[in-house]
Design a protein around this ligand. Structure first.
Ligand SMILES: [Zn+2]
Length: 272
């Protein structure tokens, strides 16, 4: 019997490091952003002719978003090490020495490429000729959700004439730079990197289906239950609920297994 809550030391270490990195970054941003927006609030009268929405957009755009690029090298490392661990584990589960060496190195290349691209994408950027540039198509960028959280706060601040110190307090209380959000991002990004690696190895060795192994921390019925009940799903078809791979929702702790016909199953940690 496989313990569905089975977790790997490297993965847990990566989550803890990502979490600590984000918490530190959020803490400094909380101060910087409060200060920057506070200055704009003081200057409110100067542009009283504009409406709150428009002013909020200008204020949000004026914040220093480039500092988020500072997260990229760390996340590239963390997602890369999570991915390489997942590759090793999947290879062990495979017990196919012949397929071994090629698959191992090709999958590790994919994993490093994934880590490099995702670390950029998660802060709304992409690599072009070795330089980070804006990526308007970035998926699940934490910068865009941060913008949304802050935009709402700035609108409230303008409409309710908050003082800079009230605003600072509201930013402190908001989810935007909170520790809950830091952990959620750390878990979700790590899970995505982990699954990407497992699926890459799986495809290289002929896996055709996947299943969800649910975490035993899963106490509320959600999209994961439906995906689990669906049993083996073709590897390139979405689960019920529409997601292609684990994590199926933010903070999802489920593990995805991929299955090779007649060879057994490859997953993050166990074979059946
Ligand atoms: Zn789940």
């Amino acid at each position: 019997m496989i313990d569905p809550d089975y977790s790997h030391p490297e993965k847990e270490k990566a989550i803890a490091k990502a979490d600590a990195k984000l918490k530190g970054f959020f803490q400094s941003q909380r101060v910087e952003v409060s200060r920057a927006i506070g200055k704009h609030l003081k200057a409110k009268k100067a542009s009283a002719d504009k409406d709150a929405e428009q002013r909020a957009d200008e204020i949000i755009a004026s914040l220093s978003w480039a500092v988020w690029d500072g997260l990229v090298p760390d996340f590239q490392d963390l997602l890369g090490s999570t991915g390489t661990e997942a590759v090793s584990i999947a290879m062990e589960a495979l017990e196919d020495a012949e397929a071994g060496r090629d698959v191992f190195s090709l999958s590790n290349e994919t994993v490093m490429e994934y880590a490099r691209n995702r670390a950029a994408e998660m802060v709304g950027r992409k690599w072009v000729d070795g330089v980070l540039v804006d990526n308007p198509n970035a998926q699940w960028a934490i910068t865009s959700s941060t913008r949304e959280y802050l935009r709402e706060l700035v609108c409230d601040a303008l409409n309710s004439s908050w003082t800079p110190s009230v605003l600072a307090q509201k930013i402190d209380e908001s989810i935007a730079f909170g520790s809950y959000r830091a952990e959620l991002i750390a878990r979700t990004e790590t899970a995505m990197a982990y699954t990407a690696a497992t699926v890459d190895v799986g495809k290289r060795v002929g896996a055709t289906t996947k299943t969800i192994q649910m975490s035993n921390l899963h106490d509320v019925d959600d999209v994961c239950d439906a995906a689990h009940e669906a049993g083996e799903v073709p590897i390139d078809k979405p689960y019920p609920g529409g997601s292609l791979h684990v994590p199926l929702h933010p903070n999802c702790r489920c593990v995805e297994m991929v299955h090779v016909p007649k060879k057994g199953n490859v997953n993050g940690g166990a074979t059946e």
